[in-house]
Structure formats: C-alpha cells, structure tokens
Write a protein that binds this ligand. Structure first.
Ligand code: NAD
Length: 309
C-alpha cells in the first residue's frame, strides 16, 4: 500500500505519523511546495520508523513520484489563525486545491485511487476536488465531522463514565460552524441516551447539553488559541479512516462526500459505510425536526460557499 500526502505542515506531519503507526502502508511519499520542509519531515519520520514498522518514507519534488499511490491525502493549504473561521479560508484554499488535484489526477490510476481531503473549508474543498478530479464521489472522501463526532464522544464518555467504545454519537453537516450535534441518535451500548440516563440515574438537562454542544463546536478554536493549530486529532481521524478503507471494514463514519446532482449536489457529513471502494452507502440517522432543519441549513451554507468559487 503506497500512500501520498500532499502538504506536510502541522497537519500533514501528524497525518504522516499516524499513517506510519497504522502499519498498513509499505511506502509513504510526502510532497509539499516547500521542498525543504518535506525533506526534513521525511527524514525525521524515517528515523521514528526504526522504532516501529519497516516503511519507506520519502520526500518527493514532483508529482510523477506519487505514481502507484493507492490513496492520496490532501492536507495542504492555509490553516485558521486565532479568530478565523474555516470558511474564511475559502478563497486561499480554493487556489491550493485547484493547483493540486489536476496534478494528482495526471499521476494516479483513476480507476482505483481514493483521495482523502483534509484541507478546510472541508466540505467545499471536497466538492471542488471531486469536480476537478472527475472521480466517482464515493472515492473523494473528506474526513468531514469524524473529528467533531470524536470530540462529542469523548465529552459524553467523561460525562457518563462510559467507554468511548460503547458510545455511538454523531456530529453531522458542515465540518464548521453550522455542524449539527445529533443528540437524537446517541446510543450507549445500543440503549437510547434518555433511557440510559434514566437507568443510570444521570441527569443531562438541556443546559448541560447546550454546554456540551458549545464545547464540541468550539474545540478547534480553543486548541488554535492555545497551540496555534490543531493536528493530533485529525491525525487520529485519518488513521481511522485508512483502517476502514484498507481493511475493507465497512464501518460507519461521519465522512463528507458529494451527494445529489446538479444544483442540489452538496458535500456534507452523514453516517456513511466506508470500505475498500470508498464510501459504499449513505445513511440517515434518527433526527429531531430541529436537527433536520439545522442539517438542511448547514447543507445550504456549504452549497452557497461552493457557488462563490
Ligand atoms: P500549515 O501551514 O502548517 O501547513 C500547510 C502546508 O501546506 C505548508 O507546508 C505549505 O507549504 C503547504 N502547501 C500550501 N499550498 C500548497 C500547494 N499548492 N501544494 C503543496 N503544498 C502546499 O497548515 P496545517 O496546520 O498543516 O493545516 C493544513 C490544512 O488542514 C488547513 O486547511 C487546516 O485548516 C486543515 N485542517 C483540517 C482539519 C480537519 O478536521 N479536516 C483539522 C485541522 C486542520
């Protein structure tokens, strides 16, 4: 399994470390328009690999060297500065995706390759990458709200005193400010949240739920305030997505792909079955009327921003 990572800044490096640690790839190639940065990252990661798995990690200076990649991960582009939203990156990162995707497509096998988009604003960049690549939507996959869903799960785990592995909890829609925390579909070991709270005599009133939502939706802003950028969480999300694809796990993950046709097409996160061929099925989770309305609004925001580019 050969994996190419385009963009080797904070996120690309964390993604490369996480990919290396999966032990699923035999080769990682790193491309960044800053060649010195890519070479330094390849060297550092190569040293780390002596303590884990045998893997070839190289920095490459042109796109021909990504030939033979089964999966290409795009983590290039501007990140949020304190106070900036993900959508504020729209125009800068449109140019980055327009630069990268045609060059990737010229050098990969279009029948098999999967492209994973990490660059923000995530959902709009997925739409743009899918359009430019002309690949089936099922193989241009954004990490979407995988990270937001993980943040929700971690907070619930602390609040309820239950392992994250027994919790199913989704954040849907935009990977951004209009994301929808999907309380209605939360299940704890297969038991609906309200029922679980009754049985365990835990109270989770509306005020607490609103605080949890706020923490989920503002996690990135707080991390950026404290350490300048976020990278470890997304590294974990990409590694999890790779496991699902490479091992054909058919796991349900809140990824973002283009869905719908023409003017109605939009990329946003829903629970989707992921396996070796990419996204295999789109699912609808249980939603309240308010959550459904907010999800529609979120889709409209993404589409409106795509139409701006
Ligand atoms: P960074 O500034 O540390 O690194 C960006 C890298 O991209 C730089 O090394 C730069 O040289 C490279 N680059 C820029 N344009 C390029 C091009 N045209 N071709 C090749 N390389 C190019 O930024 P970062 O913190 O690593 O963030 C990268 C992206 O990931 C941002 O858009 C950020 O918002 C996004 N991000 C997404 C998630 C998520 O959950 N999807 C989480 C965190 C960050």
């Amino acid at each position: 399994m050969k994996i190419a990572i385009i963009g080797v800044g904070s996120v690309g490096s964390a993604v490369a470390t996480a990919v290396k640690n999966t032990g699923l790839a035999h080769e990682i190639v790193l491309y960044d328009r800053d060649g010195i940065r890519a070479r330094a990252a390849a060297e550092d990661l190569g040293h780390a690999s002596a303590f884990s798995y045998d893997i070839k990690i190289t920095a490459v200076s042109n796109y021909r060297a990504i030939r033979g990649s089964d999966i290409v991960i795009v983590a290039a582009g501007a990140n949020q500065k304190p106070g900036e939203t993900r959508m504020d990156l729209l125009h800068k990162n449109t140019a980055v995706i327009q630069d990268i995707i045609p060059r990737v497509i010229d050098n990969v096998d279009p029948k098999n390759v999967k492209i994973i988009i990490v660059t923000n604003p995530l959902d709009v960049m997925v739409m743009l990458a899918q359009k430019l690549s002309k690949l089936p939507a099922s193989r241009v996959i954004g990490t979407g709200t995988m990270l937001d869903s993980a943040r929700f799960k971690i907070i619930l785990s602390h609040q309820l005193g239950i392992s994250t592995r027994s919790i199913t909890s989704y954040v849907l829609g935009e990977h951004g400010d209009s994301s929808v925390v999907n309380w209605s579909s939360v299940s704890i070991g297969g038991i609906a949240l309200d029922d679980f709270c009754k049985q365990s005599k835990i109270s989770l009133p509306q005020t607490t739920r609103r605080t949890i939502e706020h923490r989920v939706k503002n996690a990135a802003y707080e991390i950026i305030q404290g350490r300048g950028a976020t990278w470890d969480g997304i590294g974990g999300a990409v590694a999890d997505l790779l496991h699902a694809i490479i091992n054909d796990e058919r796991r349900i993950l809140t990824t973002s792909i283009v869905d719908g046709i023409g003017k109605n097409a939009v990329a946003m996160s829903l629970p989707r079955v992921v396996g070796e061929r990419g996204v295999l099925m789109n699912l609808r989770s249980k939603m309240s009327a308010e959550e459904s309305a907010n999800l529609r609004k979120s889709g409209k925001i993404i589409r409106r921003n795509f139409d701006l580019i």
